[in-house]
Design a protein around this ligand. Structure first.
Ligand SMILES: Cc1cc2nc3c(=O)[nH]c(=O)nc-3n(C[C@H](O)[C@H](O)[C@H](O)COP(=O)(O)O)c2cc1C
Length: 327
């Protein structure tokens, strides 16, 4: 077996394959199974402030506040504590029992909450924190500056409040992604995960209803993180993790070649099960030995645009060439 060890967010990983944030990392049993399967690290299911607020609201709705004027607030607080406490307990237990780095994940609605929860997650023992930055900007009056300004404020405040490494997980909808990634680095994030894959709706034309689209990715989606990690990894000094569409060993190898320090898997683990992980590691190792690479560092980033022999292949003009046949 080749030496697959690597570093990501300043953490030592036995290999660069990471379980992405999902229900596969939402209980201690599943977390221990991820470790046993051989994964290098895991990102816990996100703690969503929205869910905390929603559950708290539902609990409080059932309270007859005429009976006790403080009952509503007391129950709302208890509801919040219950969900948050369960998450913190999961972090604590995962850290205690899993022998691989535990990266917590957070999605909040206000800067104050980002900071409060981040501090508590750090105190619970997480090795790092991934900030799941997402706001559905569907209000025509809401500008990009306001949305992205909110992200940067949150990252800056969280990075200043905790001493564990902080990564940001982004969706692909940034008009100037290069600048944004650089700014997140300046805000204090030491890593960027490209890209999250959000809920997508669909429409059933027979029942005439809106339905959820497939929650799992297809392999074809892998080229988007591949392109952006290649474009940015030689230019912005931050640790990139690839996410979306990586379903097999060649996919992992490609993302490492363009500069990803870690590769997060979700759909592949759901569809192929955790037994797939040892096979994937064996394939990665066999490929490294076949190409004479003694360590991941030896080939990591060798095909990022900066170092690639045909850098234009990663650029937009390829699209124009393909469409109009110019070269
Ligand atoms: C069932 C499910 C739950 C997920 N939950 C989260 C989550 O809590 N936080 C998060 O940042 N991403 C979440 N994701 C997104 C994944 O982490 C991942 O970024 C996405 O599925 C794309 O990777 P893939 O192509 O390997 O599936 C979830 C995905 C799925 C399918």
């Amino acid at each position: 077996m080749a030496d697959l060890s690597t570093a990501y967010l300043g953490l030592k990983l036995r290999n660069p394959i990471v379980a992405a944030s999902s229900n596969l990392t939402s209980t201690i049993k599943k977390i221990l199974a991820c470790e046993k399967a051989g994964l290098g690290a895991l990102v816990l299911k996100s703690l969503f402030e929205e869910q905390v607020r929603h559950d708290t609201g539902r609990l409080a709705e059932n309270i007859d506040s005429s009976a006790h004027s403080d009952a509503h607030d007391i129950i709302a607080g208890a509801g919040e504590n219950h969900l948050v406490d369960a998450y913190l307990k999961l972090v604590e237990e995962a850290k205690k029992r899993a022998g691989i780095p535990v990266i917590a994940s957070l999605h909040c609605l206000s800067t104050r909450s980002w900071v409060t929860y981040a501090r508590r997650i750090e105190a619970a023992g997480a090795d790092a924190l991934e900030l799941n930055l997402y706001r559905l900007a569907d209000d025509p009056k809401l500008g990009a500056r306001e949305v992205e300004g909110g992200y940067h404020e949150a990252v800056k405040r969280v990075a200043a409040a905790v001493s564990i490494p902080v990564a940001v997980k982004l969706g692909p909808h940034f008009d100037s992604l290069a600048e944004s990634v650089g700014k997140f680095r300046d805000d204090g994030a030491t890593g960027v995960t490209l890209f999250n894959r959000y809920y997508r709706p669909d429409v059933d034309i027979e029942s005439l209803r809106a339905i959820p689209a497939k929650i799992f990715s297809s392999e074809r989606e892998m080229n988007l993180p591949l392109q952006w990690i290649s474009l940015l990894s030689g230019r912005v000094q931050t640790d990139f993790a690839a996410s979306t569409g990586v379903h097999d060993a060649p996919g992992v190898i490609k993302q490492l070649l363009v500069g990803a320090k870690a590769v997060q898997l979700c759909t592949a683990l759901y569809e192929s099960g955790l037994d797939f992980v040892p096979r994937l590691l064996a394939e990665l190792s066999a490929w490294m030995l076949r190409h004479g690479f003694g360590s991941v560092a030896e080939f990591n980033g060798m095909l990022c645009r900066e170092r690639c022999a045909s850098p234009r292949l990663f650029e937009q003009n390829q699209y124009i060439q393909a469409l109009v046949g110019i070269s």
